[in-house]
Design a protein around this ligand. Sequence first.
Ligand SMILES: Nc1ncnc2c1ncn2[C@@H]1O[C@H](COP(=O)(O)OP(=O)(O)OP(=O)(O)O)[C@@H](O)[C@H]1O
Length: 256
Amino acid sequence: MTPLLSVRGITKRYGTHIGCADVSFDLYPGEVMGIVGESGSGKSTLLNCMAGQLVPDAGEVVFDTRANGPQNTVTMSEPERRMLSRTDWAFVHQHACDGLRMGISAGGNVGERLMAVGERHYGDIRGDAKDWLQRVEIDAARVDDRPTTFSGGMQQRLQIARNLVTGPRLVFMDEPTGGLDVSVQARLLDLLRGLVRDMNLSAIIVTHDLAVVRLLADRLMVMKSGRVVEAGLTDQILDDPQHAYSQLLVSSVLQV
Ligand SMILES: Nc1ncnc2c1ncn2[C@@H]1O[C@H](COP(=O)(O)OP(=O)(O)OP(=O)(O)O)[C@@H](O)[C@H]1O
């Protein structure tokens, strides 16, 4: 099977400082990869390099495009990459305000992404937007309300609807449950798990929270100082971490 995403030797420096170094892995269709590590370990740098938001100093990110098969997204043209990020890719930010347009309605937020891929029929767009609001457990009657009137959990669910409405195949998530109350986090995780399964989504999830990866990720990469120190099946790493740093990470969480 062709990997959906093939990452080879991704390295990003900030001046002389290493953001991430020599990261390689394959992600297959329907697979969810978790990236964990302490603050400053390079998780966001790696995620942004993979999602085309940062240009790596070295390495390739090869994505199996629908139209032309595997393509290196690091060297593809900006318009091609932009089109990918509207169609096949989605990016869920930690702070919903970074992924939503707070000044337009909830329906507008979902509909905008449909229009970006060529949908023009107002009635269809509004209908799809309402359907998606319901799928993320937001009352369709709120379609004309602005996200500023929503709770933090609702804003995050709206961001997810906006991202998934165009049927992407790969979703990048940066701390999707960060900053939310524990009960709100649990509901969001349940929702995400259902959507990933129903849509057969592939996802890469950066998080501090091992409960998030335990629930969502098939595989895990543990990062420290910009490098991957351990990679493997999530349950295996969490139940029997091999690297001293992974052991510390797992035990420090268990003690909380
Ligand atoms: N714009 C930048 N300029 C200089 N150094 C940076 C920049 N962004 C990140 N770094 C450095 O690169 C390293 C990796 O940072 P990164 O944000 O990728 O880590 P992280 O694991 O995502 O951390 P966090 O969990 O706190 O978001 C850190 O040492 C950080 O200080």
